[in-house]
Each structure stands twice: as structure tokens, then as C-alpha cells.
Design a protein around this ligand. Structure first.
Ligand code: IVH
Length: 696
């Protein structure tokens, strides 16, 4: 999806647009202080191009069109071979047209394409002399760049010594991963500096900064390898003949980081359709990448095809950037709301001036916790860089500090719970109302009654409000002692609804321990954690007997979580006792308690209590897409329960550790990722057959 070009109406507007664009480009390459996000800049340049096409005699010499880096930067270290830019396409049709024109130019179809992510950082040339990294040069205006050798040693993936003593130039992108960016901003603000607005700006600023009191790491990905004037002639000749994909493999052998080490490795493709399929795959994986990409670069893979195509002054004719929709936009932070969740967590949420990112209007963004606000140095009224990719909740990347006017106001943190006025426990990163789950009793009980917990039909939020307001229920256990008369006394509760609700409540007593535990709303124990705890300990008595050390034997519970779980369970003791007295089940079907002698359920401390011999023993399974056949009616939570009953571990994200992905209809990025990583896939029907004994 492309946003329309800026409209330029006359020569004066054109001159202004050129001036704005040059300023923005200069700032962009200098260190991330551009007042425009990429999308706005692209629109402006497209507007400029359109006006120039209609007024070819009035093109200003400063115009950014047709120049590397928009003509904004210069350098003093000449490049041996020009460092060019790339032309863009925005749709399958434009890509197909580009390949067709390339085929006409070289006289035949492109033999093979290479397809790789377009990394969103800065181009850099790294010169190696007999295997030693001697010089780092920015792209500059394409003919000469700036020497940034002072950054040697701070860029991961760009070793100071190659595995072989070769004299070569490696070209690629320097960027910051999300984690590196957050670290960089923390260090920078701790030193009294202003935060960078986004990872790209942070890398630009960091790369060019000399004599800083601190260094922050960045990451390099190679996408080019070429000989230097004093490269040994045999090697120079060989490099000149290698396909792009072979150059990348050679770079990796030398010890250079390439996309091969990521979930979006460069691949080769024979046809336009294959290229487009790969573009879609990369787009699907984008939200999960630990670094930013702004498109996909498609290159003619063979050296002979590249030579036949040649290069223009700005960009090669053998490569093209397929741009993906922008995931970042600048907008304003209007307000911060503080919401209390079902466990009493007080979570800040940013209210934004609405902004459209990739077709979706964004009004809210997560702020995680109060510490996060302080670390990011956010203020009300700030311009902020908002990031939203795929279905992930939008987040504020950072304030755009250089757009501050001085009118911005500090964000005021609540001193008492915004919901009930109780004190706030600020001892952990996430603040919590001292009233805990009782603060937002309605939310806590509605969650407990929900389909994936106790599954009490007829007990929705409205009914819970009624029960709480009538004073009939003040905790989870009260639900199980409600009488027929009490329910009948409520508005809109007839005999039938009352009897149905009582039956549903009674049925809930037989839910497995994992669901009862989850319904209790112990902080840090959602559905899957509750299942792991229940399977490990098998009975509520065992869970309650566990101290923090024993609690850590459960997979995923570490030194931080364990004591807080133990503490909360102790607080919940009266409620749990009353639940048990009311006849609520306190055991996990099929789970074997850990043997008291070793304290562990079996030899391995992290294995499920009874995994051995089960069909999914030792396997990590991800379920995605719509289920069908015998599994059609199962919710995602029920699917996860099934996986765990069959001895497996359920997970929601695909990684190298995943053993099996059950992919139903409409499975998107997770399926793509599984294919890329070569992970076994099963249809819902195949999976149902595998677990025939477990599917009821
Ligand atoms: S190839 C002569 N490959 O995109 C070929 N560039 O907009 C030009 N970029 O200057 C470079 N990822 O900074 C190439 N896989 C990739 C890339 C890539 C990011 C950057 C590079 C280039 C810019 C052009």
C-alpha cells in the first residue's frame, strides 16, 4: 500500500518542497533528527518527482531526485566502486513490469533472482586488508563517504579479523536491533543526552559520533562483497564471477554476519511468482523480527546478468527494492491513562493523536510500566515515534526529542489506585493496587468464569456486576455458595436462568486444577503457566506446600516469579480452603505428583510430570490457523490443553526449538516461519489422528 504523493501546485511550493526534503534527508543521514517519518519523506519526494516530470525545465539543482541519499551528504573518502541507491517498486504489478524491462535489456529472462530483506539501517563499506578490518566508510554521496573507523569494535557481525587473510571490501547495513536500541537510549539518557526516535536514527547518530563517553553496540549484516585495488588477482577475478548468493555464502565463511543467520535468510528464486511468494513470507515474518526492515531487495543473482544490466548513476539496473508499508509514524502523545487489570496491575496506556499506520488507525499504544515511561523520557505533548507491525499491539518507540517546544508536560504517575483509591505497591516494575484482585473484582470474576477458565455459562460481566453490587459475591469462593433464593432476588433472574446458572456453577467444580488455579488470578500465572504448575504438582496441596525453591522446578518460573507466586498463594489460602470445602476439584487429571525423595517429577527437573511414553513427549507444539475436523470446536486454549495432556509443551511462537506446527486454514506468518526453519507441519486432521486417544 502506497500513500499518495504530496501535491505540489506551483513553483514556489516546489522550491519549498525541495528545501524541506534536502533538510530532512541531511538530518536523516546525519543522526536521526529528521522531522519527518519515512513515509512523509517518500511522499514529498514523489510529489517533487511528479512536478519535475511536468516542468522539466524548472528542475532545481538541489533537488533530491536522482541522487544517492537525496544529495544530502558528502564525504571525503572515495569509494573504489560507487555505492549506489536502489529504485523502488510498491506492488506485484510494478515488480513484474520491472522484471520485464530488465529481461528486454539483457535479452533474456533473468536467470535467477536473489531475494533478501531490505534492512533498515545505514549502508557502510568495511575494508579488510589481509583479513584485518582497517577502515569503515559511510555511503556518503555514493562516490565518497565519511570515515567512521572509530566505530570498529562496536559493531557485532563485523569481525576485526576475518577467518581468511583476504583483502576485500564488505558492504552491508549497520543497524540496531530492538534490544540494542532500547539499551542505547537508556545509556544515552542516563548520560544526559536526548533519546533517539528510532533504531535507524540511533545507528546513524551512534556511527558518526566520535569521542563519546560511552559506546553502545550495533549490528552489521553484509549484502555485498567486492575486491579492492590491491586484492590478489585470482581472488579479484573469482569474486567478479560469483553469483550474489555465492558471495553471501563466502562472506559468511569469512565470518561476516549475513541474513543467513536470521529467520529471513536470503534465498534464490527462479520466477516472478516465486519472488512474490517470498516477499509475502518476509512480510509475514516482519512483525517478529528483532530488527527493522523496510522492504525486500530483489537482485539478479548471476554476475553475468548483472553485468549485462549495468547501472545508472543513482541505482543499479539489476536490483530493485520492493518497499513494504511503513510501520512507523510520528504522532503526538496526548494523555496517559492508568488502567487496573483483573489482578490489580495498574498499567499505563498512551492516548495518541490518531495516526494511520499500514491502513489501521492507531489511537492507543502500550507503555508497559511506569519505569518504561521514565526510561524513555516521555512527556505529555511530545511527538512520538509509534511502531505497529502486523497484529502486535502498537508501541511508542521513543519521543522525537528535537521536535520539543518546551511546552511538554511531565507525565504524572498516580499516587493512589485510580480505581479504588487504595495504596499502590510499587516494589516491582509493574505497579499493583494494594487491594490486588479485589480492586477490580468484576474483571477478576468475569475472567474466572470465562470459557478458558471455569467456563461458567451465563456468568458474563453484567451478571457479575449485579452479584458484586448486591453484595452477594466478594471473592471467587462466594460463587460456589450462592443459593437459589439469592439468585432469584436479582433483577432479570427468572427460575430458568437461575437453575441454569446453578447447574453451570456446579459443573465448574469439576474443572481440572489448572483451570481453577488460573481462575484464582495469581499474578504471573496465565493459562499456560497454570497448566504447567498444575501438571508438575498434580494437587493443590502440593502446590501450596511448595516453597520458592521448589516452585522454580516448574518450567518458566525463575527466581523472580517464584517467591511472588508462593506469597500470593499464601494470601489466597482462605479462598482456596473455601473453594475446596465447596467441593471444587483440586487435582489435575493425568498428572503424577513429584516424588518426595527427589522433589522432581522425573529425572529432568523441567519435564512435564508424566510425559514419558505419551505421543508428544518432549515436543514443543505450536497451533495456528483455524482448526477443522474432529478439532473444529476446540478453542486455542483447549488445543493447548490437548497438547499438554499428550505430553507436549504448547507454545504460541515458532522458533528453532519448535518440534511441530499444527497449521489450520488461514495460518499465516507462523506457518511461513515453520517452512523457513524446516519445522514439521501437520494439518488439524493429521494432528487429530496422531492424538486419536486424547481427542474425545
Ligand atoms: S544492495 C548496489 N541489499 O538500501 C546495490 N541494499 O535504498 C545497493 N539496503 O544503500 C545495495 N538492505 O543501504 C542492498 N539486502 C540489501 C539491503 C540494501 C538494505 C539498503 C542499502 C542501500 C539502500 C538503498
Amino acid at each position: 500500500m502506497t500513500t499518495p504523493a504530496a501535491q505540489i501546485v506551483d513553483a514556489a511550493a516546489y522550491a519549498q518542497a525541495v528545501e524541506d526534503a534536502v533538510k530532512a534527508a541531511a538530518a536523516y543521514y546525519a543522526g536521526g533528527t529528521s522531522p519527518m517519518d519515512d513515509d512523509t519523506y517518500d511522499r514529498l519526494v514523489r510529489g517533487i518527482s511528479a512536478w519535475e516530470a511536468d516542468h522539466p525545465d524548472e528542475v532545481l539543482p538541489d533537488s533530491p531526485t536522482g541522487k544517492v541519499a537525496g544529495g544530502a551528504v558528502e564525504g571525503d573518502v572515495p569509494h573504489t566502486v560507487a555505492m549506489l541507491s536502489l529504485d523502488n517498486v510498491f506492488s506485484p504489478e510494478e515488480f513484474a513490469a520491472w522484471t520485464a524491462s530488465l529481461a528486454r535489456r539483457i535479452g533474456h529472462d533473468v536467470t535467477s533472482f536473489s531475494v533478501e530483506p531490505k534492512l533498515d539501517g545505514l549502508a557502510i563499506a568495511a575494508r579488510y586488508s589481509r583479513g584485518r578490518l582497517t577502515r569503515l566508510i559511510t555511503r556518503g554521496d555514493g562516490t565518497a563517504g565519511e570515515d567512521v573507523s572509530h566505530a570498529i569494535g562496536t559493531i557485532e557481525g563485523l569481525p576485526e579479523q576475518l577467518a581468511e587473510p583476504v583483502t576485500v571490501e564488505v558492504r552491508g547495513e549497520v543497524l540496531m536491533t530492538t534490544a540494542q536500541f532500547e539499551h542505547a537510549n537508556e545509556v544515552r539518557t542516563a548520560h544526559g543526552g536526548q533519546p533517539f526516535a528510532n533504531p535507524r536514527g540511533a545507528s546513524a547518530g551512534t556511527l558518526r559520533a566520535k569521542d563519546r563517553a560511552y559506546t553502545v553496540p550495533m549490528t552489521f549484516f553484509g549484502y555485498g562483497l567486492l575486491p579492492l585495488p590491491d586484492t590478489e588477482s585470482v581472488l579479484a577475478e573469482r569474486l567478479g564471477q560469483l553469483a550474489h548468493s555465492d558471495l553471501m555464502a563466502t562472506s559468511a565463511e569469512y565470518g561476516i554476519n549475513t541474513t543467513a543467520a536470521t529467520t529471513v535468510p536470503g534465498v534464490t528464486a527462479a520466477t516472478v511468482e516465486q519472488v512474490l511468494a517470498r516477499v509475502r513470507e518476509i512480510e509475514g515474518l516482519r512483525a517478529e523480527l528483532p530488527f527493522g526492515i523496510d522492504g525486500v531487495v530483489i537482485k539478479a543473482d548471476l554476475a553475468a546478468d548483472q553485468q549485462a544490466a549495468g547501472s545508472g548513476s543513482r541505482a543499479p539496473r539489476w536490483a530493485i527494492a520492493y518497499k513494504l508499508p511503513a510501520v512507523e509514524k510520528i504522532t503526538r502523545l496526548l494523555e496517559v491513562e492508568w488502567n487496573v487489570g483483573r489482578t490489580g496491575i495498574i498499567a499505563p496506556r498512551a492516548v495518541l493523536e490518531p495516526v494511520t499506520i499500514d491502513g489501521a488507525t492507531i489511537t492507543y499504544a502500550t507503555l508497559h510500566n511506569p519505569g518504561d515511561i521514565t526510561r524513555r523520557d516521555l512527556r505529555l505533548g511530545d511527538h512520538v515515534m509509534v511502531h505497529r507491525a502486523g497484529d502486535v499491539i502498537p508501541r511508542i518507540e521513543a519521543p522525537v526529542a528535537h521536535l520539543r517546544t518546551g511546552e511538554e508536560q511531565p507525565i504524572v504517575f498516580p499516587e493512589v489506585c485510580p480505581r479504588c483509591g487504595s495504596g499502590i505497591d510499587t516494589s516491582e516494575q509493574r505497579w499493583r493496587c494494594e487491594n490486588g484482585r479485589n480492586c477490580h473484582l468484576v474483571a477478576a470474576l468475569s475472567y474466572a468464569a470465562g470459557r478458558d477458565q471455569l467456563d461458567i455459562e451465563g456468568l458474563g460481566a453484567t451478571r457479575v456486576v449485579q452479584l458484586v453490587e448486591a453484595g452477594l459475591v466478594s471473592d471467587l469462593a462466594d460463587l460456589f455458595t450462592l443459593t437459589r433464593d439469592q439468585l432469584l432476588s436479582l433483577d432479570r433472574m427468572g427460575e430458568t436462568s437461575t437453575d441454569n446458572l446453578l447447574t453451570a456453577i456446579s459443573a465448574a467444580k469439576d474443572q481440572p486444577l489448572s483451570r481453577v488455579l488460573c481462575a484464582l488470578g495469581v499474578r504471573g500465572t496465565g493459562r499456560s503457566m497454570s497448566r504447567r504448575i498444575a501438571r508438575y504438582f498434580a494437587t493443590m496441596d502440593n502446590i501450596r506446600a511448595a516453597d520458592a525453591e521448589t516452585m522454580q522446578r516448574v518450567d518458566g518460573i525463575g527466581t523472580e516469579k517464584a517467591p511472588s507466586i508462593v506469597l500470593e498463594l499464601a494470601d489466597l489460602a482462605p479462598v482456596i480452603d473455601r473453594l475446596a470445602a465447596a467441593g471444587v476439584n483440586m487435582t489435575e487429571p493425568g498428572a503424577t505428583p513429584p516424588s518426595p525423595a527427589t522433589g522432581a517429577a522425573d529425572d529432568s527437573p523441567h519435564a512435564p510430570a508424566d510425559g514419558a511414553g505419551l505421543p508428544l513427549d518432549g515436543m514443543t507444539v505450536v497451533v495456528t490457523g483455524k482448526m477443522s475436523g474432529p478439532l473444529e470446536k476446540l478453542s486455542r486454549n483447549q488445543m493447548n490443553e490437548l497438547v499438554e495432556r499428550a505430553g507436549g509443551r504448547s507454545s504460541s511462537s515458532v522458533s528453532k526449538k519448535t518440534s511441530l506446527v499444527v497449521a489450520g486454514e488461514g495460518a499465516g506468518s507462523k506457518r511461513a516461519k515453520a517452512e523457513t526453519l524446516g519445522i514439521r507441519l501437520a494439518t488439524p486432521d493429521e494432528f487429530a489422528a496422531l492424538l486419536a486417544d486424547f481427542v474425545s
